[in-house]
Design a protein around this ligand. Structure first.
Ligand code: AMP
Length: 206
């Protein structure tokens, strides 16, 4: 059973490591951020609400997000193998998850906060294949995999990034102690290249 939670500050590499995990392991990937961005694209009621919070770099209310994740987790394919990327982000969400379907591994991707700012403000996303790149590794702003123009997320602008980091310290960082106390936390050095980070995680999986 691999029921995985990836914790980490914005820009710690949760999205990139998730890509490697789902490529190499049988896991259902649940990214709350991706679900919300899809809702924004589709102009749903949830998308309209999410847009306001995301543009400011704030978290959506717990009750909405908990319901959203529990709905997805209640599908048969998630029973024994899931990868939660960006959930939980508050103690209330973590408590709800423990009651609903307790994770078997909680990996905390540890990075220096200065690195995070540089990673996020230089991050580019392909809206077609969802691949993530950094401007310093690109010759131009075209996706090397599918030739589409790459995009910068609205919430990767400097001012928003600063608020997302403040919110992380206030709301999400306390989860490190929460999972430490539950003896579930596995610390991962996430400063290296994604393949090294992935290998550290892979060792633990069944
Ligand atoms: P991410 O793609 O994980 O960086 O998430 C982007 C944004 O989506 C966050 O800044 C929040 O506004 C919202 N979001 C994602 N996950 C959660 C969550 N677990 N709880 C509340 N809001 C979330």
């Amino acid at each position: 059973m691999n029921k995985i939670v990836l914790l980490g500050a914005p820009g710690a590499g949760k999205g990139t490591i998730s890509e490697l995990l789902i490529k190499n392991q049988k896991l259902v990937h649940i990214s709350v951020g991706d679900i919300l961005r899809q809702n924004i694209k589709d102009n749903t009621d949830l998308g309209k609400l999410a847009n306001k919070y995301m543009l400011a770099g704030n978290l959506l209310p717990d009750d909405i997000i908990i319901k959203l994740v529990e709905h997805r987790l209640s599908c048969k394919d998630c029973k024994n193998n899931f990868l939660l990327d960006g959930y939980p982000r508050t103690i209330k969400q973590a408590e709800a998850l423990d009651k609903f379907n307790k994770p078997t591994y909680v990996f905390n991707l540890k990075v220096d906060i200065n690195v995070v700012i540089e990673r996020l403000t230089g991050r580019r996303i392909c809206n077609k294949c969802n691949s993530i790149f950094h401007v310093k590794n690109l010759k131009n702003e075209i996706c090397p995999s599918c030739d589409c123009k790459l995009n910068k997320r609205d919430d990767d602008k400097y001012e928003v990034v600063k608020n997302r980091i403040d919110v992380y310290f206030k709301e999400t960082a306390p989860l490190i102690d929460y999972y430490k106390n539950n003896k579930q936390l596995i610390e991962i050095n996430a400063l290296g290249n994604p393949n090294d980070v992935y290998s550290q995680i892979e060792k633990f999986l069944k």
